[in-house]
Design a protein around this ligand. Structure first.
Ligand code: AVJ
Length: 320
């Protein structure tokens, strides 16, 4: 958008995001076409995701908020008030105040790749918690982040809500958990949200709602390709699909061709046969054991685990 001082996106002479183009051209050339889920979240996609969190079928946000509201006293006991809270991806404006109110930390460090999101979140938090030192950092948290000097000597609590870890395949998730450990340092803790395996009908409805908001969210990535990469994808001939893959314990979102299609993206030609799909997102679900194994592989030892009343979602506290 040009008005943030530091631009983390690498654009060519025409303003095209190079990583976006490379990911799309590579992904559309594979036998199972696929586009990495991060590209779903442009401004329109981020707004649609906010709308998703309020759908009757989409339980994760409400379930996690319930835990954060009900378990505040537990968090205070297990975490203490001397820590700096480091939030990975500070988009979630509703959950953070619940945690901060519960544990009353020494400082708050929101990390986000979007400077605009970051400044908005930091300003909002400073208003709600006038005495809390807030040190926003514009950074890609998939890499090790140098934290501000002001929190160098404080023990850290990493906060990674929303089951965002579930968007990653295991090896990427493990890499991220290890990177978080490097960012936070020895003696740190991590509070991480992980959505739970449940009835397939409930899961599939959460990702294929009656109102069609998730369908719009999914189709938005095709619209984005058309807009930003000179694409000619006939969006009206794609259909949103959400299905449970039991072998990998994940919901998969796909865009399915409703007829044989031919289209161009960034000057290259692609074809889809009727019924063929573009895989656009994974949302892995966990149980007690699989969440523990993932955390342990990432260098974190789970020490406490909370779920909502209905047992739909978990928040796990782990030690570095
Ligand atoms: C933001 C990744 C946690 O997987 O539940 C919601 C994204 N996709 N509906 C999720 C999403 C479709 C969401 N996460």
């Amino acid at each position: 958008d040009g008005n943030s001082g530091l631009e983390l996106v690498d654009r060519d002479e025409e303003g095209v995001d190079r990583a976006f183009r490379a990911d799309v051209l590579t992904g559309l050339s594979e036998a199972q076409k696929a586009i990495p889920a991060r590209w779903l979240y442009d401004d329109a996609g981020s707004q649609l995701f906010e709308d998703i969190t309020e759908l009757p079928e989409y339980y994760p946000t409400r379930a996690e908020t319930e835990i954060l509201t009900a378990r505040g006293a537990d968090f205070a006991l297990s975490i203490g008030s001397d820590r700096a809270v480091v939030e990975f991806g500070s988009g979630s404006s509703v959950k953070t105040p619940l945690l901060l109110r519960a544990i009353n930390p020494a400082a708050y460090v929101p990390l986000d790749i979007s400077g605009d999101f970051l400044r908005a979140a930091a300003a909002d938090l400073s208003t709600k918690f006038p005495g809390l030192p807030v040190y926003p950092v514009e950074a890609d948290f998939m890499r090790k982040v140098a934290l501000p000097q002001a929190v160098a000597d404080m023990p850290k609590l990493g906060f990674f809500p929303g089951s965002t870890i579930g968007n990653m395949v295991a090896r990427t998730a493990v890499d991220l958990l290890r990177t978080m450990r490097e960012t936070l340092g020895a003696g740190s803790q991590l509070l991480i949200g992980m959505d739970l395996i449940k009835d397939t009908g409930v899961l599939e409805a959460a990702y294929d709602d009656e109102a069609g908001v998730t369908a719009e969210f999914n189709l938005n990535v095709a619209r984005r390709i058309n807009r930003e990469l000179r694409g000619t994808i006939p969006v009206d001939d794609l259909r949103h699909r959400a299905r449970w893959n039991d072998n990998f314990a994940r919901i998969e979102m796909h865009l399915e061709a409703q007829r044989d299609l031919e289209f161009n993206v960034a000057g290259r030609a692609f074809a889809m046969a009727k019924g063929e799909t573009i895989h656009t997102e994974n949302s892995h679900k966990f149980d007690r054991r699989s969440s523990a194994i993932l955390l342990l592989a990432g260098g974190w030892t789970p020490v406490q685990r909370w779920t909502d009343e209905e047992g739909r979602f978990s928040l796990i506290l782990a030690d570095a």
